[in-house]
Ligand binder design. Structure first.
Ligand code: HEM
Ligand code: HEM
Length: 196
């Protein structure tokens, strides 16, 4: 039981993981489909998209600080070398994208010649980043935002496929590392004493 508890991410890491994951998934959905929303919803959903994106940016700084201060649980010893390597690269890329995607979005609206207030959920206005306003600059950051967001979508698909493979095919309860109480004890027992 003790080994199992040690093999789980810390409460803070789990909180950051699921809060940021939920916010990113909603933001991807709004980013992709806002054009097909009705007239009233389009503007409101994009205002939410921008404010939630800034929230993701600052939560990600907090998460990175947490990650640097808390050693994650070691990968299970039965993982093949390429699996551990792929998970490691995916996680690092996620940390980069969680910061780069919203930053590019913020740079995009800051560079746009169409000046619009950037409100943080109606509480206060977020200042533009100090970049000059020009069509060229706005186009560049729009492209960057879009490309990085699509890279995030690809990485999420890979990440979820990996989590499902471990859960459904390998049945090693990898998800239990990120979901407290899920099949408590199963992972450690399976790895340490496989059925005869
Ligand atoms: C992690 C956070 C974010 C994610 C995952 C995300 C994702 C996306 C996606 C997938 C699109 C559609 C691709 C496109 O049309 O360019 C999009 C569009 C957009 N995003 Fe974000 N975004 C995030 C944060 C932000 C932030 C912080 C801002 C600005 C402060 C922002 C501003 C925009 C704008 C203005 C568009 C619309 C572009 C258009 O209508 O063509 N995004 N976003
Ligand atoms: C936008 C969505 C997501 C992002 C950005 C994301 C990001 C991450 C990152 C960065 C880690 C590594 C944590 C660290 O070492 O600090 C991680 C771990 C993990 N994630 Fe996600 N995740 C997302 C969605 C999901 C979903 C939907 C699932 C479940 C199907 C999932 C399951 C897991 C699991 C099980 C781990 C632990 C992997 C291990 O054993 O080390 N994640 N995720």
């Amino acid at each position: 039981m003790h080994e199992d508890r040690a093999a789980r991410y810390s409460r803070g890491a789990i909180w950051f993981h699921w809060t940021i994951a939920a916010l990113i998934l909603v933001n991807v959905f709004i980013g992709l489909f806002h054009d097909s929303f009705g007239d009233g919803m389009r503007g409101a959903s994009m205002n939410y998209h921008k404010a939630a994106g800034i929230l993701i940016l600052f939560l990600s700084f907090g998460r990175l600080a947490w990650r640097l201060a808390h050693r994650p649980p070691p990968f299970a010893s039965h993982l093949r070398r390429w699996e551990a390597w792929l998970a490691h690269i995916t996680h690092r890329l996620f940390y980069f994208l969680m910061i780069a995607v919203p930053l590019a979005g913020w740079l995009y609206v800051s560079a746009s010649p169409r000046v619009r207030p950037l409100s943080f959920f109606g509480l206060f206005d977020i200042p533009p980043l100090p970049v000059g306003r020009s069509e060229g600059g706005a186009d560049f950051w729009h492209e960057a935002h879009e490309l990085l967001a699509f890279a995030t979508i690809g990485l999420v698909l890979l990440h979820v496929a990996g989590a499902l493979k471990h859960q459904l095919i390998d049945r090693d309860n990898e998800l239990g590392r990120m979901i407290p109480r899920l099949g408590r004890g199963r992972a450690a027992r399976q790895v340490e004493s496989p059925d005869p």
